[in-house]
Design a protein around this ligand. Structure first.
Ligand code: DGI
Ligand code: FE
Ligand code: FE
Length: 209
């Protein structure tokens, strides 16, 4: 499967994104490439997905809605809501396909679910979700704001290269804690439930269905 040329994508992202978002994007792409190397995923796909994961983040909400509607990408009410933090993952997935020529379903899904995650993610999806949280440019765990977040982020960074599911559970816990008073998307909640339940299974614990 032919992937878009990385140097071209990088140039496009430099044009499309604000400087800090562009730096974050490079951090995610290279962190994803490293995670892919360690965990045996396709490095080129990880670079492509990382480079494009926030590709529509600097477009207006309205432009993102128009893009999704034009290409018949169904959106939930929460994704459609003005100021939704979830919309850019969906519009990014559409844009990756129609503007940047990505046809690989795994890459498109990694972009689509990079904000909420989803139950039973592919390795590439986990890599992008995790890299987004712990790329080197993140000064603190973005969703916690806790004082100890720096140390915790260091721990999660290390963990991600050892056991990506364990890192994923830590990230999901912190995200849910951060979202405490905000509206939680059904997908974010199902991802959390799925991976917490998996932990029970890993450790041989019993749990209620
Ligand atoms: O685009 P980034 O800033 O790199 O990061 P992101 O795409 O992971 O997330 C954007 C924000 O979305 C992040 O601050 C957490 C938030 N988010 C994730 N799941 C939910 C959510 N916000 C709400 N309100 N509800 C969710 O379920
Ligand atoms: Fe994002
Ligand atoms: Fe991001």
């Amino acid at each position: 499967m032919k992937l878009p040329e990385l140097a071209w994508l990088r140039k496009q992202m430099k044009k499309e994104l604000e400087p800090a978002r562009y730096e974050h994007t490079l951090g995610v792409a290279y962190t994803a490439a490293n995670l892919a190397t360690v965990h045996g995923a396709d490095v080129q796909k990880a670079l492509t997905a990382g480079m494009l994961h926030d590709c529509t983040k600097c477009l207006s909400h309205k432009k993102q809605l128009i893009l999704c509607d034009k290409h018949q990408f169904a959106l939930s009410e929460m994704e459609r809501a003005e100021g939704s933090p979830l919309l850019h993952a969906k519009s990014g997935c559409v844009q990756a396909r129609v503007k940047y020529g990505v046809t690989d379903e795994d890459i498109l899904n990694a972009i689509c679910y990079h904000t909420t995650g989803r139950p039973d993610m592919s390795l590439l999806e986990k890599i992008i979700y995790t890299a987004d949280y712990l790329e080197p440019g993140r000064r603190h765990a973005k969703r916690t704001g806790r004082e100890e977040a720096g140390d915790r982020l260091t721990q999660i960074r290390r963990e991600a290269f050892r056991d990506i599911d364990e890192a994923l559970r830590d990230i999901l816990s912190d995200t849910l804690a951060y979202l405490e008073n905000k509206k939680i998307d059904l997908m974010t909640k199902s991802t959390y439930d799925f991976y917490m339940r998996m932990q029970g299974k890993d450790r041989g614990d019993t749990y209620e269905q």
